[in-house]
Design a protein. Structure first.
Length: 272
């Protein structure tokens, strides 16, 4: 138990910004930071360059690593200028964390799918930190460890070297990166320079689902998280999650989750 508690989750938050925000830490933080972009766009210094962050971008900073974050006007997929950025952020430390970080070369930025495997862990950490009486602090520690190991697994999972699998994974990455905007099958196929019919076949062969069904699942997961954790209207949730109309979004959301988006939000409102 002592080994477990030598790892500490210092703070975990979900932040949503609609006003400009700038944080500059030339000498970095005293502890490790994981930051996952979930909504909108912002910019952060990565390897000495100010880079654009989009949903799915996960940042990992070690103690003392320079940090700069800028949330300013960005163009959304519709070409409108707005300030909007949502993220999870976790500060943590400990001997286990030091060993984990040093076990392999780690990029400052990587992309992760915005699905329950990862978002559920971030959400669990936030909820544990909100408990006024935390009788079981080891729950946060184990959850953090699982998240760190999931990151390791994602880094280790390299697409097969076969040309077919390589193209399928590139299409999958394209979908995950662009799910919040409108695109067609032709766009996915064009991204890897193959015909639509070949793209459809390769994707189904690799992942057992269609391109558009996978896109729908990604968009629904994005919408669900925004309904729970953001103050956005349901119409804005639908639009920023890549749905062409609220009517369609309402129908497919009810079909997937068994309740309307409005009822889903009510069911997940924190108790007063």
């Amino acid at each position: 138990m002592q080994e477990v508690l030598s790892t500490r989750v210092l703070s975990t938050n979900f932040s949503f910004h609609r006003k400009p925000f700038v944080m500059t830490m030339p000498d970095g933080f005293e502890h490790y930071l994981l930051r996952l972009q979930t909504d909108g766009r912002c910019r952060a210094v990565i390897d000495g360059k100010l880079s654009l962050l989009q949903p799915g971008d996960l940042l990992l900073y070690k103690p003392g690593q320079p940090y700069e974050l800028r949330i300013e006007d960005e163009l959304n997929p519709q070409g409108d200028s707005l300030v909007e950025s949502g993220d999870y952020n976790i500060f943590f430390k400990g001997d286990w964390v030091d060993d984990w970080y040093q076990a392999r070369k780690r990029p400052t930025r990587m992309r992760i799918p915005l699905d329950d495997r990862y978002l559920g862990l971030f959400r669990q950490l936030v909820l544990e930190q909100r408990r006024l009486s935390n009788t079981y602090p080891e729950i946060s520690v184990y959850t953090l460890r699982i998240l760190c190991l999931e990151i390791d697994r994602l880094l280790s999972e390299q697409p097969s070297t076969t040309p077919k699998a390589y193209l399928a994974h590139r299409m999958k990455n394209y979908i995950e990166e662009n799910a919040s905007s409108m695109f067609k099958l032709e766009d996915v196929a064009s991204h890897v320079d193959i015909s639509v019919s070949r793209a459809v076949h390769l994707f189904k062969e690799a992942f057992g689902t269609t391109i558009m069904q996978y896109t729908l699942e990604v968009r629904l997961d994005m919408a669900r998280e925004r309904i729970i954790f953001s103050p956005m209207s349901l119409e804005d949730v639908a639009e920023t999650s890549g749905f062409a109309s609220y009517t369609y979004f309402h129908r497919v959301f009810r079909s997937r989750f068994g309740v309307s988006p409005k009822q889903f939000r009510q069911d997940h409102m924190p108790s007063s």
